[in-house]
Write a protein that binds this ligand. Structure first.
Ligand SMILES: Cc1cc2nc3c(=O)[nH]c(=O)nc-3n(C[C@H](O)[C@H](O)[C@H](O)COP(=O)(O)OP(=O)(O)OC[C@H]3O[C@@H](n4cnc5c(N)ncnc54)[C@H](O)[C@@H]3O)c2cc1C
Length: 458
């Protein structure tokens, strides 16, 4: 039995930071990883997909070169092997940095293998049993594969396996019209594939306000992406080596769509089913997320859960913020709470969607008196100058308290500009503060006061 002061399971976006922080205080720490160091974000999530988004943007801009008076002689082509090589190099460098920092940290042992609980304070990894007073679970999640007849035999791709493609799909069919599915849809369309997105609900990105979803729909449709809404997939079929077919129900009618490749992007589930959590007594909810309080403590004293597996966030920044909360509370006498953070994320289509706080739909559901303002990106000088005027900005304010409840910026730079509003929300400042701000010209952010001029009671 190997004894440690702390055991961390998983090297996602919380575990390694916590390991180094704990080890720096002199605690003896074990970090266990069954797969690639760095977890989803580094290896199969944010980093690789954003390199593809960058390659796709370059291809898109090159095709639009003449709009800017730039002459490219000949057709614009995409070499998937070089796109993948660039992606692999960036991912590998990030993974190596993470691995080196863990291997060289004093008081920290990196142990490769699959951890399973044997008791509330011990885990087994292969033949070894490790024991500690404090355990931190950062095991992340994996793609959900829906139980569609014929799917397993159809050779489908996930967000993981699609990253290994070295050839361009002739026709990519994507199940799921939410964040992950749409990023891949635009990327592969811009690389040159035909793309069909099949979404079960009545709009893309079901969590967003209908007008934001409609604007996203329009942007993708204008690039030639086919989109089927309200579509239920009944069964899949493999047709020869290079074709798949899906039978789809829409209302009372059925249809068959075909493609060369199929990407399943219908959500993610936590990696908690193979941890032997009952041996520790750690409670999960019906979907397998580990139940935690606002300080990320599980039902068992001495065990915390961080990152996607606790169901309190599904992003790299939420996982990293979990690390900050746990570390500050444990080591610095902090009282930080998950309840204090404001939801925020981005959808990395181009132009990107930056989001903070609640949607108008959610704010209405809460019954607050509201002010809502909108501004199309066609009125933003910087967007016009860049030739990127798609999208809109939207802001939702509480009419009584004057506090911003949420915002969406779908437009060039939207993923960055949203932080201006986010900072005002964290400062609990009235919207009038933002209204009086003198922004730099020409930026997208300078139009936030103008956006606020559009506020109307709803
Ligand atoms: C395609 C895609 C794109 C994304 N893009 C973004 C984005 O742009 N921005 C953003 O903020 N988020 C994005 N995300 C989400 C983001 O990747 C995750 O939220 C983030 O990685 C946080 O994960 P985590 O820390 O919970 O754990 P993970 O990063 O999932 O890591 C968990 C680790 O635990 C290991 N593990 C699991 N079980 C065990 C076990 N029993 N024993 C030992 N080790 C184990 C796994 O091998 C893994 O390495 C994206 C996700 C996907 C899939």
């Amino acid at each position: 039995m190997a004894r440690y002061d702390a055991i961390i399971i998983g090297t996602g976006q919380a575990g390694p930071f916590l390991a180094r922080r704990l080890a720096a205080t002199g605690l003896h720490v074990a970090v266990i990883e069954r797969g690639l160091i760095g977890g989803t974000c580094t290896n199969t999530g944010c980093t690789p997909t954003k390199t593809l988004v960058a390659s796709a943007y370059a291809a898109h801009l090159a095709r639009r070169a003449s709009d800017y008076g730039v002459v490219i002689d000949g057709a614009v082509g995409v070499d998937m092997r070089r796109v993948k090589a660039r992606k692999d190099a960036i991912v590998e460098a990030k993974r190596k940095r993470g691995e080196t920092s863990l291997r060289t940290a004093e008081n920290c042992d990196l142990i490769l293998g699959h951890a399973r609980f044997v008791s509330p304070h011990a885990v087994r990894v292969g033949e070894a049993v490790l024991e500690a007073e404090r355990l931190f679970i950062n095991v992340g999640g994996r793609p959900v594969v829906p139980p569609i007849p014929g799917l397993a035999a159809s050779g489908y791709l996930t967000n993981h396996s699609i990253l290994d493609l070295e050839e361009l799909p002739r026709r990519l069919v994507i199940f799921g019209g939410s964040y992950i599915g749409l990023e891949f849809a635009q990327v592969f369309r811009r690389f040159g594939s035909e793309v069909l997105v099949i979404e079960g609900g009545p709009q893309l990105v079901p969590r967003e306000d209908p007008e934001i979803a409609a604007a996203i729909h329009g942007i993708l449709r204008d690039e030639g992406i086919e989109i089927l809404l309200d579509a239920k997939i009944l069964r899949m079929e493999q047709r020869g080596d290079h074709a798949i077919a899906a039978e789809i129900a829409r209302g009372a009618s059925t249809m068959t769509v075909e493609g060369s490749h199929l990407l399943v992007a219908t959500g993610r589930r936590p990696n908690t089913d193979d941890l032997d959590l009952p041996a520790a007594g750690v409670q999960t909810d019906a979907k397998g997320f580990i139940q935690v309080d606002d300080h990320l403590r599980t039902s068992v004293p001495g065990i915390w859960a961080l990152g996607d597996c606790n169901g309190r966030g599904a992003f790299t920044h939420t996982s990293y913020n979990d690390f900050g909360i746990v570390a500050d509370n444990l080591l610095d006498g902090g009282t930080r709470s998950v309840a204090d953070r404001i939801p925020a994320y981005a959808l990395y289509i181009d132009p990107p969607l930056g989001r903070v706080g609640v949607t108008e739909t959610e704010a209405r559901r809460r019954g607050r008196p509201l002010l809502v303002g909108r501004l199309p990106m066609t009125q933003v000088a910087r967007a016009i100058e860049k030739g990127e005027t798609q999208g809109l900005m939207k802001i939702v304010v509480d009419r009584e308290t004057q506090r911003v409840l949420g915002a969406a910026i779908l437009g060039t730079g939207g993923d960055e500009v949203i932080h201006v509003i986010m900072t005002a929300m964290y400062a609990n400042a009235p919207f009038t503060l933002l209204q009086r701000e003198m922004g730099i010209h020409p930026t997208v952010s300078e139009l936030i006061p103008t956006l606020l001029e559009q506020l109307e009671a709803v």
